[in-house]
Design a binder for this molecule. Structure first.
Ligand code: KG4
Ligand code: ZN
Length: 337
């Protein structure tokens, strides 16, 4: 089965073709980062308009790359939410109308399920069950994953997401949007131990997170030191160390609580090299293994949506899609409105 995946939940138009037999056939992405950078964050109306401009040329490019035609697609998967309403509407309306015209099923995918399953696109994917850390701009969640659609929330952020904390810290340090990679780059030049920031909820005894206090601690540090290139780098490093230590400790606690040895990490913050290093070391010490999507699939992309859609479709019957007739239909079954 060949599935076209469409992702338009935020500021990336991601398109991909996934074949359940042959794997990922092609994928393409247009990032709006440059366009929004001028405003210091995503402007929803601009995002929707840009998705409209990019989506069909990207679908054509992906089909060309894969050497396929529209007629060879068996289903279309699109991000139905969560995300920006206007942006989601672009992907949804293109997917639904294309599927209707082609007479094939369209399936709405949960954006986070896409992130969660993205590591399964790689070679040697982890078998179920595993613990998943979802760390993006909007979410910081630990889940127990027993199979497709079998997700149990173990812990969540009580306020800011980890990626959001990176973005806000970047702003406080005068770095451009999106802040995560910028803070990580600056942190490399920070002196180890020059400054220690709090480790929020490290010893809370549960698997929840809180990052808004850390952002306030960054603000206090920015206001109380003379800002130069070195002090900014020291703050970036201290901030990153704090987030990484908390995320690592909670991942280990989640693995131990579930009695599991496999962790998958997904979402934009999963691209952070310092986090990968820390999780890798801790996993190694405890006989566990960590799985990631390739770097370009840590952030939003069409491949994870095509894949999640394909997994969902494989478990469904043909009559779940399109319309059916009811040759035998008792009037009394109708019920009142
Ligand atoms: O998954 P994603 O592309 O979009 C959401 O669904 O939110 O994640 C974007 C988030 C942003 O907050 C960005 O600053 C963060 O991921 N991010 C990083 C890195 N690369 C992206 N955070 C820390 N280190 C990175 N290398
Ligand atoms: Zn995302």
């Amino acid at each position: 089965m060949i599935v076209l995946g469409i992702e338009t939940s935020c500021d990336e138009t991601g398109i991909a073709l996934y074949d359940t037999e042959a794997g990922l056939l092609a994928h393409a992405l247009h990032s709006q980062v440059k366009m929004h950078a001028e405003y210091g964050g995503v402007v929803p109306e601009l995002a929707s308009r840009d998705h409209i401009r990019r989506i069909l040329p990207l679908v054509e490019a992906v089909l060309r790359d894969a050497g396929k035609t529209l007629r060879e697609i068996h289903a279309i998967a699109y991000t139905q939410g969560p995300g920006l309403a206007g942006a989601l509407l672009v992907g949804t309306s293109v997917a639904e109308s294309l599927a209707f015209a082609l007479g094939i099923p369209a399936i709405g995918v949960h954006h986070l399920e896409g992130h969660l399953l993205a590591p399964l696109l790689e070679e040697n994917p982890p078998p179920f069950p595993f613990v998943a850390l979802l760390v993006s701009g909007g979410h910081t969640q630990l889940m127990r994953v027993s199979g497709i659609g079998r997700y149990e929330l173990l812990g969540d952020t009580l306020d800011d997401a980890a990626g959001e904390a990176f973005d806000k810290t970047a702003k406080l340090l005068g770095l451009p949007y999106p802040g995560g990679p910028e803070v990580a780059k600056l942190a490399e030049r920070g002196k180890p131990g020059a400054l220690k920031l709090p480790r929020p909820m490290l010893n809370s005894g549960d698997l929840n997170f809180s990052f808004s206090g850390l952002k306030t601690a960054v603000l206090t540090a920015v206001n109380s030191a003379e800002m130069n290139e070195q002090s900014r780098a020291d703050i970036a490093r201290a901030f990153q160390e704090s987030v990484v230590e908390v995320l690592t400790a909670k991942c280990l606690a989640a693995l131990q609580q579930c009695g599991m040895e496999r962790l998958i990490v997904s979402g934009g913050v999963g691209a952070n090299q310092r986090l990968r290093e820390s999780l890798g070391n801790t996993a190694c010490e405890h006989g566990c293994e960590v799985f990631y999507p390739r770097l370009e699939f840590c952030t939003d992309n069409g491949a994870m949506i095509a894949f999640a859609g394909a997994m969902r479709l494989q478990g469904r019957k043909a009559e779940d899609y399109g319309f059916t007739v009811r040759p035998r239909w008792d009037l009394a079954e109708l019920g009142a409105q």
